[in-house]
Ligand binder design. Structure first.
Ligand code: ATP
Ligand code: MG
Length: 333
């Protein structure tokens, strides 16, 4: 998709591929299934502009976490490029340099916070490793207070350990820790999936506030379209390792073009129980990710499938300046 701003995108991902060696066990092999590769990312391209929130949605196993991990360098892509706004390829950055630009926030903050460290210490350690400005103890203490303020936590939590905090508070701490580095981009991988609905809403508001106050961009990964709808400027819909539709939030939620996006939207529960959801519900299982699919990856579940959908792999086609979809029947359906 064409970048709306004239300055280069903060992050550009070009044709990213990730293949994993097979996870198949002896049972599968005895059943005659090929070992093969699991193609987790099949040529994913995207960009994130400064201060923009880009949502990534798709069912479990479609490659959302793998995409985040390849961008941040936790996993090595099989091919493709991840380029920062200065034109440098991210694989030329040291781990440290990369972490000053991009931080990641995970679904379960409990497992990523050291249980033996107080919250104050967790944040001080993050500052000590990264923040040149906070070089002395006084600066660091003041910076810890500032970070807690940004994420809306009381200063009294500094002396507490992670187990004494609620899930929402722990997620706020992990967001504060990510912010300690002054990153320009935060990859948030299902950051609210483990939280109650009311807490989810508060954390989503916090992301929006952080974007406004600090101009941080987010790649916001979620399987729940409701979550993405509240927070994203643009949305990427993934299916089996590829982007099948992308557009602004309005494009995706008001005029979805790909049958998969439509099916995902129809699966959103409608709040009023007297209203029947008229659209088709997503049916059938995801294909085995080891299989090589000749045609459209969604053809096995698509209500609009015709023979030619199974014959060649569709390109991502522009339907407007901001929206693209990977379906050969866009004009007909
Ligand atoms: N280290 C690995 N080795 C082998 N296969 C892997 C590995 N990590 C992920 N996969 C496979 O790659 C595919 C994409 O996984 P990924 O975790 O990126 O999906 P996801 O969209 O984040 O799913 P979820 O919503 O469940 O978090 C899956 O089929 C998964 O089993
Ligand atoms: Mg995941």
């Amino acid at each position: 998709m064409v970048s709306e701003s004239h300055s280069p995108a903060l992050l550009t991902v070009d044709n990213l591929e990730k293949r994993f060696g097979s996870r198949r066990g002896l049972g599968d092999l005895l059943m005659g299934k090929k070992a093969g590769f699991l193609h987790a990312l099949k040529g994913v391209s995207l960009h994130v502009n400064q201060g923009e929130i880009v949502g990534v949605v798709g069912e479990s196993g479609c490659g959302k976490s793998t995409l985040g991990k390849c961008i941040i360098g936790l996993q090595k892509p099989s091919s493709g490029a991840v380029t920062w706004s200065d034109g440098r390829s991210m694989d030329k950055y040291s781990r440290f340099e990369r972490s000053t630009r991009i931080q990641m926030v995970f679904q379960d903050p409990y497992s990523s916070l050291n249980p033996r460290f107080t919250i104050g210490r967790v944040l001080k350690e993050a500052l000590a490793t990264h923040h040149a400005a906070a070089s002395n103890k006084v600066d660091r203490a003041a910076e810890v207070d500032r970070l807690l303020g940004i994420v809306g936590l009381p200063l009294s939590l500094k002396e507490k350990f992670p187990h004494a905090l609620s899930g929402g508070q722990r997620q706020r701490v992990s967001i504060a820790r990510a912010l300690a580095v002054n990153p320009e981009l935060i990859i948030a991988d299902e950051p609210v999936s483990a939280l109650d609905a009311s807490v989810q809403a508060q954390i989503i508001n916090l992301f929006e506030e952080i974007r406004q106050k600090l101009k941080v961009a987010f790649l916001f990964v979620a399987h729940d379209l409701n979550v993405v709808k509240r927070v994203s400027d643009r949305v990427l819909v993934m299916y089996l390792g590829e982007i099948v539709e992308e557009g602004t939030k309005e494009d995706i939620f008001s005029q979805p073009r790909h049958p998969y996006t439509r099916a995902l939207l129809s699966a959103i529960p409608i709040a009023d129980p007297s209203v029947r959801n008229p659209s088709a519900i997503l049916e059938g299982e995801l294909p085995d990710p080891h299989e090589i699919i000749a045609g459209c990856a969604f053809s096995s579940r698509c209500p609009y499938v015709v023979d030619r959908c199974r014959q060649s792999h569709p390109d991502l086609t522009s339907v407007s300046d901001t929206q693209r979809a990977r379906c050969i029947r866009l004009a007909e359906i």
